[in-house]
Write a protein that binds this ligand. Structure first.
Ligand code: ADP
Ligand code: MG
Ligand code: MG
Length: 211
């Protein structure tokens, strides 16, 4: 279908909560190689807090929904990823405004605004070995699919596949942002944890829109 009602995006967030809980040990293992071994715990704690808050009542419009998600992540997750993912969702909400249903273009614009927020906050560039390196190709594929007439679900599936390739490409790189950059050359040979969690975010979007 051509439109995405807000409850699909709530399903996305719930699916992501379940996925980061399921992959908590894996995400932490990635972060133990090139960071401080807390990325799985950070994401699981943050998304659990997000869904607990939504359990008390889901806002009716995208701006309020994603503001709640972003604020909860900023306040419940410390370190780099809390403010970065928090900003992603806050900017998504600001881009979307008070809508209850997205078309493909509005969803693409919101996701793009989220990524722009991550860049504004963390200054990551392509090849720095961060979540940017999964999200940027993912959203590029989302846009390209829409331009070819794909549905939001098809675009999200293309985005997830491109993000997973972006995640995998981070493995040989030397990190230039975040804790992993402190390791210099020793950061090479490991996937970036944030690239893994953000490829998962887009895979969960594809799953939520495709089911
Ligand atoms: P911390 O490093 O504070 O322990 P996490 O382990 O939760 O936080 O998250 C680490 C991830 O955050 C990294 O794998 C990377 O993808 C991402 N990251 C770190 N710094 C930046 C940045 N400046 N811009 C974009 N992403 C970043
Ligand atoms: Mg960490
Ligand atoms: Mg930490």
């Amino acid at each position: 279908t051509a439109t995405v009602p807000l409850d699909r995006l709530v399903s996305w967030l719930g699916g992501y909560r379940d996925a980061v809980i399921e992959q908590r040990a894996y995400l932490t293992e990635l972060d133990s190689a090139i960071g401080d071994a807390d990325h799985g715990a950070n994401m699981a704690r943050g998304m659990t807090a997000v869904m607990d808050k939504l359990g008390a009542g889901v806002p009716a419009t995208a701006d309020e929904l994603f503001k709640s998600v972003g604020m909860t992540l900023v306040t419940s997750v410390g370190g780099a990823s809390g403010p970065l993912y928090g900003t992603f969702f806050l900017r998504m909400g600001m881009s979307a405004g008070a809508i209850a249903e997205f078309d493909g273009a509005a969803l693409a614009a919101a996701l793009r605004a989220g990524l722009d927020g991550i860049v504004a906050r963390g200054k990551a560039e392509a090849g720095d070995k961060t979540m940017f390196d999964a999200l940027a190709p993912g959203l590029g594929a989302f846009d390209a699919a829409l331009a070819e007439g794909a549905s939001p679900a098809e675009a999200a599936a293309a985005a997830a596949t491109a993000a997973e390739a972006g995640r995998d490409a981070t493995k040989p790189w030397v990190a230039r942002k975040g804790r992993a950059s402190y390791l210099g050359e020793r950061s090479a040979g490991h996937l970036d944890p944030g690239a893994a969690s953000s490829a998962l975010l887009l895979r969960c979007l594809a799953d939520a829109l495709g089911s």
